[in-house]
Design a protein around this ligand. Structure first.
Ligand code: HEC
Length: 153
């Protein structure tokens, strides 16, 4: 009985490494799913905000959407752990390996979003259509500044 249990323990130990790898990999898969869902929501919000800008509508109604986008970006850095780049096993992503080989550049592109979104929110809350339209443009440009080097097409 004791011997049988010891044998079971040994099997468990031998099996532990690949099982842990599989657990780690499925956790990474969940991280990627959540970051893509978060970015999709950011995209949907920005599309709606840009539509108001294009139509010359009252920007004050977009403040809530802007706040939602603002809430996402501080969480973004932690959503790109090692092993979640395009080409990693079991990972479905457009995140380019450049994020990890040039993390400083990625972090700078991420940091640039904060002031752009703060300015966008201020312009929206002010109700000034021209300022809002300019801020929407500037924000969209900051999205592109990260997508061009760090996201696959
Ligand atoms: C610091 C870099 C960075 C910034 C800033 C950034 N993005 Fe992205 N975005 C990415 C990366 C990397 C991906 C790919 C993520 C993946 O596939 O895992 C992505 C993916 C997306 C997606 C696709 C999500 C999906 O369905 O898979 C949308 C939509 C998007 N971003 C919108 C935006 C908008 C709008 C902004 C600006 C308000 C923005 N992003 C700012 C890096 C950034």
């Amino acid at each position: 009985m004791k011997l049988w249990m010891a044998g079971l323990g040994l099997v468990a130990m031998m099996g532990a490494a690949p099982i842990m790898d599989a657990v780690a990999q499925s956790n990474l898969g969940a991280v990627v799913t959540e970051r893509r869902e978060g970015l999709k929501a950011v995209g949907d919000n920005m599309t709606a905000i840009a539509a108001v800008a294009r139509a010359g509508g009252d920007p004050r109604g977009t403040v809530e959407r802007i706040a939602a986008v603002q809430a996402f970006f501080p969480t973004m850095g932690a959503r790109f752990p090692a092993g979640t780049q395009q080409g990693a096993p079991g990972i479905d992503t457009r995140a380019l390996p450049a994020i990890w080989t040039d993390r400083a550049g990625f972090d700078a592109a991420l940091a640039a979003m904060g002031p752009r979104l703060a300015a966008l929110r201020e312009a929206a809350a002010s109700g000034n259509v021209a300022n809002f339209q300019a801020a929407v443009q500037a924000t969209g440009a900051a999205c592109g500044d990260c997508h061009r080097p760090y996201r696959a097409r």
